[in-house]
Design a protein around this ligand. Sequence first.
Ligand code: SAH
Length: 252
Amino acid sequence: MERKGKVYLVGSGPGGMGLLTVRAMEVIAGAEVILFDQLPGEEILSALPAHAEKIDCGKYGNRHTLEQEEIEDLMVRYAREGKQVVRLKGGDPFVFGRGGEEMEVLRMNDIQVELVPGVTSAVAVPGAVGIPLTHRKYASQVTILTGHEDPTKPESALDWELLARGRGTIVILMGVKNLPMIAGALVANGKDPETPVAIIERGLRKDQRVTTGPLREIGAIAGDAGVKPPAVIVIGDVVRLYREGDPWLIPL
Ligand code: SAH
């Protein structure tokens, strides 16, 4: 009988072994092929098992090592060969990870998929620096959005007016480049310019850094500080809970 291949869509968490799930470790250990992104980070990538075939699908800024379609073709091809394939992504595969698209392609090709959820950076990175996304006093709702789109472009899929009116926490992934435009769009649509913002670069890694400021200034502050991706941006009153160098908050 033909051996059945299977694809595991695996989230690695925000970086570092500590937040990799037990199930993720199990399936990585049993993988014959691992298609990995760069986002999982050095610690996890350098510990991938020697016996597995490893393929770098990473995205380095604008230069994509492999295009999305090629990655999907590879997953399908290896699974058809009967291989146990791990598709390893940063955070959770279904939070801006294109995991949903990959699942659809696998389904269309009658290939078994198992989702191994990961700890998403959207929640864990702010949390690790003492910023809870919800708090009875400050926020009862959270919106997670991609900052990939320039809000000044007419085709922006996001409703900036609605976002500016909302009272909860806004979390932005992939937002470093467009932060000045995003902050400008929120203020232009009526969001309080004094709303506190925190930018957490390389969260939960050794070289993590936090930059804060009011919405009206955050674009310039980030520019001056030389903020670079990957970073999670948090906008909202929960940022008031952040304490620089908090001695009571023990880092991972
Ligand atoms: N699926 C991932 C997100 C992929 S989009 C998840 O659930 O976390 C990539 C974006 O995630 C980055 O641009 C950045 O905004 C964020 N990100 C992921 N890991 C991060 C980390 N360790 N520190 C800061 N931001 C991170």
